[in-house]
Design a protein around this ligand. Sequence first.
Ligand code: FDA
Length: 504
Amino acid sequence: SLPSFVPALVVGSGYGGAVSALRLGEAGVRTLVLEEGKLWNEPGPDGEVFCSVLDPDRRSTWLRTRTQTPLGTFLWLDVVNRDIERFTGVLDRVEHPNMAIYQGRGVGGGSLVNGGMAVVPERRALRRALPTVSPESMYERYFPRARRQLGVNEISPAWFEHTEWYRYARVARRHANRAGLDSVLVPNVYDFAHMRREAEGEAPRSALAAEVIYGNNYGKRSLDRTYLADAVGTGNVRIESLRRVRSVRREPDGTLVVSVRRIDESGTVLESREVGCRWLFLGAGSNGTTELLLRSRETGSLPELSEHLGQGWGTNGNVMFGRSNPLWDPTGGRQSTIPVVGIDDRNNPHGPVFAESVPLPAGVETFVSLHLAITENPERGRFVFDSASDSARLLWDPDQGQPSVTAARATFDPVNRANGTIYRRDLFGDTRAFEDRFTYHPLGGCVLGAATDGHGRVRGCPGLYVTDGSLIPGAVGVNPFVTITALAERNVEHVLAADIGVRR
Ligand code: FDA
């Protein structure tokens, strides 16, 4: 059961929420974390906690009766998705008109489902995204702190060069190099020593057993094993799962009160409660935090919130596409699910492109090179509150994805020409080659320095802070969780000292 009051309350247990929880706990502040998804610690009937991409069941998907992968078809056949039982599974796809936002659900948020790519952005991309944040402090202090606590490590280049599990990535890299493009080996939070033991048959397989997006049973240092484990270890932090925070109000004495619904594993609401706190940290992700604040403003419980709320949302320029390789250039039936190659095209006339080589762990040879390009698409959407559905709705035009597609083509048309490859048109349900109707990297909605001050304090409500990806306006040029984590480290350090009276 929940207390009626705690000093600090954190909503959501992804990167922003986990950083806040750890640093509050270390500072001796009693803290309650409320997370809508499950605590993923109990094995299912097959003895594993999570299911694989090849054999998804109800554990895969948040409250749906069918799985929802972005890659909907193969040879136009609906062979990828499966019917499942409705359950509080780990991957959610929030549908908005013209845009689907993927996010992780559970104690650990996106860290449970993501590819673990841990990339520090270039200085100029950081400056564009966060112009008021000192780059020196980020590169010297907060990025290193975040990387250390996240457990970032690097693949051995020698192993990468010969293992069959990364043939697909070496093929993609060779194709890019032939077109004159650079590529990098990208650090990750997946334990590469564990992966090598998987390959040698000495450790249980996860990355080498088609596990990703629906969770990894082994090898991945997700937040429940890093930040959140240490937070609970301080003795000051408690995490309650299957708790959905609905809205926030502020009492005359400054107490912030959240209304919380307890749900069961089929999503049914069991009870509603209120919990008060002095300091409230929102880490419910771009979609979740923005919705919570918009609902609170529009239903009158926090009427003073800024008019900037809901604005500055973007896809991090995400666009996915596949290329078909010639028969003499197989990508391999055995593929590690953990991406490690980034194709780096900073001189693209349509803006920088950073494209990861994405695994397609089908278990058979597909001859497909799959890519997720991150582009600096300048288009921004806006969330509004829709009272009929009691949820946030994203205003995003189909055309707004076009700059991502244009940039990706400017990088990869020459790759196709140099290698005799072509774009696949059978992967996304119709004949499109580029899928820009979803994002794995939603960013913005409560932008730093607009809806909040320069350290995430929500304007119009003292004691209320935003800590997650909604602070970053729409794009950061690379995979975002290291930046989200480092920014949360920076902000919470300042808030602990300035507002809560604690110094590190
Ligand atoms: P995050 O989304 O992590 O956490 C929010 C949490 O709040 C969730 O657990 C949610 O259930 C909870 N919540 C929401 N609403 C709530 C409410 N009302 N009440 C209570 N709880 C609530 N990035 C990267 O850098 N490298 C990568 O390789 C990848 N790969 C990747 C793959 C896939 C499939 C996805 C979906 C995403 C990625 N990402 C990624 C993106 C990365 O995971 C993402 O940017 C971060 O998880 C965002 O962190 P946040 O702290 O913003 O929220």
